[in-house]
Design a protein around this ligand. Structure first.
Ligand code: HEC
Ligand code: HEC
Length: 486
């Protein structure tokens, strides 16, 4: 298996530069392109063929529910130590993410790219997803590994199993139940637990239901919230309010606040021929045609919501037992086919939401796109990439420490605990990644730099100009009176 893939590992650089040389000498562009213009389907035809339609951003919510959700989203009162809110990692100033490769949870200081890890804290293992258009009715999965998903007639499956309240209307609401239960993100460590005034009484708790209940005690002890809940849920007596109402309000804020469907691409789909530049049109033709991008980045959200292994670099702290790696979907399914599989990210406003990939491995869109075209080679060469160099300088201490622990582990062979125990070396890792490599990604066409630039132009046409400035979403203050992130 490994050998087959090696065979596909063509030296792209050499081929591309040979092509460029031929072009320069003969001015015969046809010598390099494997599709004559006649074979190319126009972007307009592809839109018709693929039945591409306008994005439905979902139902909107009442002003009162939005206002409550906005307050809760920005209020550090939902965190054990009262020092971090949803907005810390999904901030309007950072296009609904945090502009970091991987997030920094409770104990950290500062916002977005300036955020620093607190003393003796751990990074959150993954890149904070952006939150654009999560109110769209197509969404049936949440998280890089789909650990929350709509599960047919059974409702919604999640890490809380049977403890997840039933009857939640969608996966976005279900998702909003969880960040408060994560020790590294919002809950805090056990040794921080305290019943003192203003102390972290939540950190004593291990059980989701108990955490949700304790948070309701906090919230309903604040007059401003009692009032806002009453306005948002006039038919629910205060004593019947639960954390589900918190989640409903947060999801309402997320879906209305971050809904943006008026990009140049949307205007082009609606018939406005001049909405896209020529390069963006050529990029779109590649995206939906020869470059196969839309096989996975499909539909109006530009994701199939399926998991794929595209041999992404294993940067960042990694997850639990397999650290410094992150086994992706395998962590949920325990199916070896799912090793290193991550959910296809949506691409609207992608230009604004770097660094990209599940651990923020790429700091440039060009490199993120180019990775797809020769994934195994790109994985092997990652340490030499501009992205790796940029991240290394941004996070010098943590990064070198991590690289160090990684190399120690690689030499000694890190053991993966339990019944799947094995010795873990670079070779083993590459072999594992190669085995489950997505067949589409294993067989991508070669593109030259101009074509990659065109695809990037196309990706930039997915930016709604209004999404560039989200500062109107930041409230002046929150009902708890706690300071907002800055
Ligand atoms: C410490 C940073 C941090 C905080 C605080 C945080 N998040 Fe996140 N969020 C993340 C990361 C990292 C992910 C991706 C995790 C994964 O996929 O495993 C994520 C994923 C999500 C997603 C999934 C989107 C998708 O399509 O998969 C949503 C929605 C979300 N967060 C909303 C929230 C809300 C609501 C809160 C507050 C209740 C919150 N987050 C608090 C970092 C954070
Ligand atoms: C086999 C499915 C598949 C194909 C084909 C594919 N992608 Fe991806 N793409 C993914 C997955 C999965 C990720 C996330 C990988 C990770 O996080 O480790 C991703 C990540 C990305 C990202 C980063 C987005 C973010 O928010 O982190 C961009 C940009 C992107 N792809 C563009 C493209 C383009 C352009 C093409 C065509 C040249 C393409 N993709 C083809 C599955 C695919």
């Amino acid at each position: 298996m490994g050998r087959m893939i090696k065979f596909a590992r063509v030296d792209t650089l050499r081929v591309v530069s040979a092509c460029v040389a031929i072009m320069l000498v003969t001015l015969g562009a046809l010598a390099c392109s494997d599709n004559g213009d006649s074979a190319k389907t126009s972007l307009r035809d592809r839109i018709t063929e693929l039945k591409i339609e306008a994005l439905d951003t979902g139902p909107t919510h009442s002003d009162e529910l939005f206002a409550l959700g906005q307050a809760l989203f920005f209020d550090p009162i939902l965190s054990g130590n009262r020092d971090i809110s949803c907005a810390t990692c999904h901030h309007p100033d950072a296009a609904s993410g945090d502009a970091l490769p991987v997030s920094i949870g409770t104990g950290g200081t500062g916002l977005a790219a300036d955020r620093q890890l607190g003393a003796s804290r751990h990074f959150v293992p993954r890149n904070a997803t952006e939150l654009f258009n999560r109110g769209a009715p197509q969404w049936h999965t949440m998280f890089w590994d789909r650990r929350i998903e709509r599960d047919g007639l059974l409702g919604i499956s999640s890490p809380a199993g049977e403890d997840l309240p039933t009857g939640l209307p969608n996966v976005l609401v279900a998702q909003a139940m969880f960040p408060v239960t994560s020790r590294d993100e919002m809950l805090g460590d056990k040794d921080e637990a305290s019943y003192e005034e203003g102390g972290n009484e939540l950190a004593f708790l291990d059980d989701e239901e108990a955490i949700w209940e304790a948070l309701m005690v906090r919230l309903l002890g604040i007059d401003g919230y009692v009032e806002m809940f009453t306005e948002a849920f006039p038919e629910i007596p205060t004593e019947n309010l639960t954390f589900v109402h918190v989640a409903l309000a947060i999801a309402a804020f997320e879906s209305d606040g971050f809904a943006f469907a008026d990009s140049p691409w949307d205007r082009y789909v609606a018939g406005e021929a001049g909405a896209l530049s020529e390069d963006a049109i050529s990029g779109g033709e590649l995206f939906f045609g020869r470059a196969n991008c839309a096989t996975c980045h499909s539909g109006p959200l530009f994701t199939d919501q399926e998991v794929h292994n595209i041999a992404s670099p294993q940067t960042g702290p990694g997850k639990a037992g397999e650290a410094p790696d992150d086994f992706g979907r395998f962590r949920e399914s325990f199916d070896f086919e799912d090793l290193y599989r991550f959910r296809t990210p949506p691409l609207r406003n992608v230009e604004l939401t770097g660094p990209w990939f599940h651990s923020g491995a790429y700091t440039s869109l060009e490199e993120a796109v180019a990775h797809h075209l020769d994934p195994l080679q790109s994985l092997e060469d990652y340490a030499q990439s501009a992205s790796a160099r940029e991240l290394a300088s941004l996070y010098e201490d943590e990064w070198s420490e991590r690289q160090f622990s990684r190399s120690v582990r690689d030499e000694t062979g890190a053991a993966f605990e339990g019944e799947f125990a094995f010795i873990y070396t670079d070779e083993v890792r590459t072999d594992m990644i190669t085995r489950t490599l997505d067949p589409v990604i294993a067989d991508m066409p070669e593109l030259n730099d101009d074509e990659i630039a065109q695809i990037v132009e196309f990706l930039k046409s997915l930016t709604d100009p209004a999404a560039r400035d989200l500062s109107h979403l930041v409230p002046e203050s929150v009902p708890s009176g706690l300071p907002l992130d800055e």
